[in-house]
Design a protein around this ligand. Sequence first.
Ligand code: FES
Length: 234
Amino acid sequence: MRSVLKILRRDRGDNRSHWQCFEYESQSESDTVAAALNSINSRNKLVDINGAPARAIEWEHSCLQKKCGACAMVINGKPCLACGTKLSELGSGCITIQPLKKFPVICDLVVDRSILFENLKRMRAWLENDPYLSEGFQDLAYESSECIQCGCCLEVCPNFYTGGSFFGMSVLPVTMRIISESAEYRELSKLYSKHIYNGCGKSLACKKICPKGIDTEKMLVNANILAVWKRKKR
Ligand code: FES
């Protein structure tokens, strides 16, 4: 299957972007956007669809197995993982690929997501004492550990912007887990109310977009029970 990848490009240190198209012929039904980007970059002399010389497309990746979150980008208008998105699912024709829009662009498809880690640090989301896990809570704790901090949930969130006081769902799974496992969770509960509970408009757009299928609504309800309403955990 022949595809055209229309990629939003930006040079390092520049604040202007431009579109550039590349042709790609799929090798198999399971070819992903990540495979296409790697294949295009491995060409001897990289030229765009018009035959003009082009520099290699910069994008982040590590595991190529939907485990690290590095390859998150906007494909055909939807935030997703390049290594988890098959070209065959996108159909033939033009596929648009852009960097995530909620973070500063460094170049091409590479964005600066350091705010995700900074917000986790601001939440003080770590255990200071021995953890305990209440009965019946294991499944939720396991699901929360699936979060790969890719940032796709923030891309579709109408309430999140970089530098705002609302930290978004990317800090929710780990925060919910730490609150549930720590005896000293009062300070974290206050931070939860300030940076998640108070700013969330409950659009739940994050629930539909999470590439790991994390039920953010369930996380939110349980974190609210624990941190805001101070009821029994489940
Ligand atoms: S490269 Fe790790 S999630 Fe895609």
